[in-house]
Design a protein around this ligand. Sequence first.
Ligand SMILES: Cc1cc2nc3c(=O)[nH]c(=O)nc-3n(C[C@H](O)[C@H](O)[C@H](O)COP(=O)(O)O)c2cc1C
Length: 176
Amino acid sequence: MSRRFLFLLSSARPGGNTLALARVAAAAHPPASQVWLDLCEPPLPPFRDLRPGHAAATGRVAEVMAEMRAATDVVFVAPVYWYALPAPAKLLLDHWSGWLDDPATGFADWAKGLTLHLITTRADPDPSVADLPEAMLRRSADWLGMRWGGTLHAVGDAPGDVLADRAAVAAAARFL
Ligand SMILES: Cc1cc2nc3c(=O)[nH]c(=O)nc-3n(C[C@H](O)[C@H](O)[C@H](O)COP(=O)(O)O)c2cc1C
């Protein structure tokens, strides 16, 4: 099956390090196989827990769901914020709970066909700084029956710094 990549951006600044690294990783695949969505613009609405009921996803949430369903590979492009995922990326995970509560989405079934990846940058060279966001996504993938595609790490702070992390740039070219 041909691969289709969904890149989900979640940095609060445009043109940052994580996007630059993701572009290096994406260059290994044809542009026609890639969809890029910024979870900050337009933002996802707040998640409402309606259990034991549920509501159909609409608007931006439905758009993200449709792109996930059409993908083979979902790539979170997420800098470390306070040792965690940026809020827009975490908010999408919360919406996944709503999708699971609505049987009409079929999410519990089609999620099993997805491979989840994380591309992340951080300012602190300590590699354990990215442990939490990596664990959140890896454990969520395991629980949903998704395949875990791994994490691409890099260090940088000012925009463009990450391109000086030569080991990370070399790893990015092979990551996907
Ligand atoms: C709100 C916020 C929180 C951050 N928290 C951390 C952190 O906990 N650890 C760290 O190493 N870097 C932290 N950083 C630095 C970013 O991870 C770093 O600048 C990264 O390159 C930003 O990626 P971007 O250019 O793609 O936005 C933080 C930056 C911001 C804006």
